[in-house]
Design a protein around this ligand. Structure first.
Ligand code: GDP
Ligand code: MN
Length: 378
């Protein structure tokens, strides 16, 4: 789960990381009032679950409260990476002498948290990793001991070589960042940029935290941070029905049971020259209702030109899926061709149900994928 910058900054604040003050506004008038109360130049920042807000025009400076109102009215309602901005954070504009990066992720290869720091902050860390990988420094944290003081201090000295004043502040921030990560159950945490002010103080002026979804059922105060309105509506609906749906860029809609088979299906779609429009896992125990929801979600994406069902019946019963497809075809207009491949539990019944309703089904996966890709016009 993603949380907003202002929420992540609150977590930083609770852990003692230096963060500028600020308040959230949902209207331009509120933004003006907050700017007047702060009594300084401000930055108005879009609160959406997307990176690169600065480049997209979602972060703007304002010298006066009237100007804050003006830029807030520009930012509120704007679209960034397909998401509509409903809130802005109004925060004092900091003078920036230097921008660094500090972050941590759960690294699957080593099975540990890896802390990363770079003196090249402000821009995407992926860009730094691609162009100047030697400017990213790392420390792996052994989960048995947690982050050791010398690790934080080693990273801090690489960040600000020859500057013990800033290195001391950075080591402290890095320790608190790691504590925030563990405490919030985050899978990713970032300060980008960690700025140096002209008087030599470090401050976190941006904050990003991804919460591990497994944490949500255990921690009420963390799951309360979810802002459903700012998530992609199709993904929210899918989750509420027990489906896993991720929208992608292609035009072949995929409806599959099991994450492994879904991955294999997407690979095969690409292999035959197509592009998957989504990842969709209807889960182990399917019911006709789940299939109806899945079809509705896929069909609502205007990019989809062809739909592929790929079902391997185990606990999932093929007849359940067939009934779902038939039921859905009564309720919603099927605007694009559907290719169905199913095999396994109750396969024969499924074929009968489908053929009775004018659909056909195949059992060969390659053949089905090739056909679905072709039907999408690829
Ligand atoms: P992002 O683009 O979504 O990562 O949003 P950021 O909060 O990181 O802001 C993007 C960039 O805007 C930063 O790297 C800064 O260069 C600039 N910026 C953000 N806040 C301030 C501020 O308070 N003062 C100044 N001068 N620049 C800022
Ligand atoms: Mn940033």
């Amino acid at each position: 789960m993603n949380i907003h910058e202002y929420q992540a900054k609150e977590i930083f604040r609770q852990h003692g990381i230096p963060v500028p003050p600020g308040e959230v506004a949902t209207t331009a008038e509120q933004a003006e009032k907050i700017a007047a109360k702060l009594g300084t130049k401000v930055v108005v920042k879009a609160q959406v679950h997307a990176g690169g807000r600065g480049k997209a025009g979602g972060v703007k400076l304002a010298a006066t409260p009237a100007q804050a109102r003006e830029v807030a009215s520009e930012i509120l309602g704007m679209q960034i990476k397909g998401l509509t901005v409903a809130r802005v954070l109004v925060t004092p504009a900091e003078e920036i002498e230097h921008e660094a990066y500090v972050g941590a992720i759960v690294d699957r290869a080593s099975g540990t948290v890896v802390l990363m720091a770079s003196p090249e902050g402000g821009i995407d860390i992926e860009e730094v990793a691609a162009k100047t990988p030697e400017l990213i420094f790392r420390e792996h944290v052994d989960p048995r001991y947690g982050l050791l003081p010398h690790q934080a201090s080693r990273l801090a000295h690489k960040l600000y070589p020859g500057d013990p004043g800033r290195a001391r502040q950075a080591a402290d921030i890095i320790r608190k960042l790691y504590a925030s990560m563990v405490d919030a159950g985050a899978s990713l945490i970032e300060i980008n940029p960690l700025i140096t002010t002209p008087s030599g103080e470090l401050r976190a002026i941006d904050a990003k935290i991804n919460i591990d979804d497994n944490e949500l059922s255990r921690r009420e105060e963390i799951s309360a941070l979810r802002d459903i309105e700012s998530e992609a509506p199709a993904e929210v609906e899918a989750r509420s029905k027990g489906l896993t749906y991720i929208k992608l860029e292609g035009n072949v809609g995929c409806c599959v049971n099991g994450a492994g088979l879904a991955m294999a299906t997407m690979d095969l779609v690409k292999h035959y020259g197509g592009e998957p429009a989504n990842f969709l896992d209807i889960g182990g125990s399917s019911s006709p209702e789940k299939v109806v929801t899945a079809l509705r979600i896929i069909m609502a994406d205007p990019a989809v030109k062809s739909i592929l069902f790929n079902i391997f019946g185990g606990i999932t019963r093929c007849d359940d899926v067939a009934n779902g497809i038939v039921e859905a075809s009564k309720g919603i207009e099927l605007k694009v061709p559907i290719t169905i491949r199913l095999t396994g539990t109750n396969e024969q019944q499924a074929v009968r149900i489908l053929e009775g309703a004018g659909f056909s089904a195949m059992t060969d996966m390659d053949e089905a994928v090739r056909k679905a890709v072709e039907l999408a016009g690829n």
